[in-house]
Design a protein around this ligand. Sequence first.
Ligand code: SF4
Length: 576
Amino acid sequence: MDKILRVNMTDLTTKIESVPAEWAGHGGRGLTSTIVAAEVPPTCHPLGKLNKLVFAPGLLSGTPAANSGRLSAGAKSPLTGTIKESNAGGTAAQLLSRLGVKALIIEGMPKEDKWYNLHIDKDGIAINEETELVGMRNFAVIQALEARLGKKTGILTIGPAGELKMAAANISVKDPDSKIRSHGRGGLGAVMGSKKIKFISINGEGAPGVKVADPDKFKLAARTFAKALLDHPVSGQALPTYGTNVLVNILNEAGGLPTRNFTTGQFAAHDKISGETMHDTIAARGGKTKHGCHAGCIIQCSQVYNDKDGNYITSGFEYETIWGMGADCCVEDLDDIAKADSLMDDIGIDSIEGVVMFAVAMEAGIIPFGDGKGILRLLDEEIGKGTPLGRILGNGTASVGKTYGVTRVPVVKNQGIPAYDPRTVKGIGITYATSTMGADHTAGYTIATNILNVGGYVDPLKKDGQVELSRNLQIATAAVDSTGMCIFVAFPALDIPECLPALIDMINARFGIALTGDDVVNLGKYILKTERKFNIEAGFNASHDRLPDFFNFEPCAPHNLVWDFSDAEIDEFWNF
Ligand code: SF4
C-alpha cells in the first residue's frame, strides 16, 4: 500500500499517512505541485517554516518501464518566488517507489541550531542529528555515506551552497555510479538547507516493490515504448552518441547559440566545445560516450568525461552547462568547463543558473570573458567557501546583475535564461516568458519543433504558431513530468504514433485504470493551472510573463531579429 511520509522539523516528529483519494492519480510533478499548492501559503517566505519541501517519484517509477526513474522535488522557490518543480535521475526515485513512498513532505524548521539527516527504509522514516558531514561537499558526503550505510544506499544531499541557503543551490542525487545528478533549478537546495537537513538516505532492503495490476499488458506496452525510444533518430542515435551537447553545432548553425552574455547568436569557437569534439575527446581518453543517469535508461544521453591522463572529471555533462560556460562566457577549453561542472556538482550549485550568472559576472567586470580558470577560482574559493562575493554569486544571475548594476540580465521571474536565444528561436521565448517555473527550457521544449523538426516544423524566426506550440508542449510536458519519465521520451512521443499510446497503456496497466489521451491532456492542463493559481496568489501577474527588455531592442546576429511579441500575444498563452 502506497504511503505519504511526513516529517515535521519543528517538533522533530514523523508520520506515515495513507494517500488521500485526490492525490492517488498523481505522481511526480503533478503530485508535488498539488501538495505545495494545497499546503504552502503562496505568500510565505521560501526559506521560512511555512514552506514545505516535497519529493515524489513518478507514476511509473520503480517499474521496468524504460527511462522512468525520475524524481520530482517541489516547493516555493527561493530563486523565483513561484511554485517550483525540478526533476532528476539517480537511484532515489526507484528506491522510494519500491518502498511504497508516494511522497515525502518535509515541513517546519528546527528550533535549535542543529543539523539533521533523514533515513528512509521499509519501516518508515527517522530523523537523526547529523554532525559529521555538515560543511562537506557532495562527493565527500556520498563517499562517507556509502562507507557508513552501504554502497546501495540512495542519497539526496546538499553541499555548502544549500547549507548557506544560496538561491541557486541544488539538491544532489546519487546516481548508479555514486556520482551526482541534480534537482537543479530554482534553489530547492536552499529550502532543504533552511530545514537543516544535510542529507536523506534511503535503504531499499526488504522493499515490497511496485505492484503492476496487469503485468502482461504492461510488458507488451513497455516493449512497444522501448522500441519507439530506440527507433527515433534523436533518442535512438543523436543523444546516445553525442549527448545533449549535440546541440552546440546545431544551435550555432541556426544562429540561436547565445554568446557573450546574449550579445550574439554564434560562437566562433563552437567546434572546440561541440558534442562531436566532446565525443572524440571522451573516446580518446577512455571515458564513456554513453551512460544512463538511472537504471533502466535506454537512451543514455549521459557520459563520463576524463582528463587527458584518463582520470574522471565529470559525468552528466550537459549541453546547457557547456553552452553557458563555453559560448555565453566565451571559454574555449572543454576541460575547464568539465572541471567547473564537477565543482558545481560538488558545491551544490545549479549548473544552468551558475553559468548564466557567470556571464553576467563577466559583463560586470568581476572576471573577463573567456576566463575559465577565473570561474574555477570563483566557484572553489568564493561560492564554495561562502564569502560575501560567493554569496552574491551563489544567489544567481539576477543577484549579480542587481549588485553590480548590470542592465543586460537574462532572467525571467529571476531565473536564468538557458541555452537558446529567444530572438532567434521564438517558440522557446514564449516558454521562458510563460512557464510557471521562471525561464525553463524543459517546461515546453519548442526546440524540438523549431530546430529539430520533431513533431512537425514551426519556423523559429517567425512569430506564427509559437504560442500554440509552446502551450501544447507545456501541457504535454507537465503530464510527462508526472510519470517519472525523462523528458527525452517526448521526441519519439511526438513522431512515432505507437509511442504515446504505449506510455498511457503502461500507466493503465500499472494501476488497473483506463486513462485516455484526453485524460492525459487534461492532467497537463490541471497541473499548469494549479501552478499558475499558486503564482497569482503569491503576487505574480501577466507583467511577470515577460522577457528582459534588452531582447526587444538589441538585434541578435546573424538573423538580426529582436523579441517582438506584444504583451497581448504572449498573454494568449493562458487561453485554455
Ligand atoms: S536520456 Fe539522459 S536524462 Fe534521460 S534518463 Fe537517460 S541519462 Fe537521464
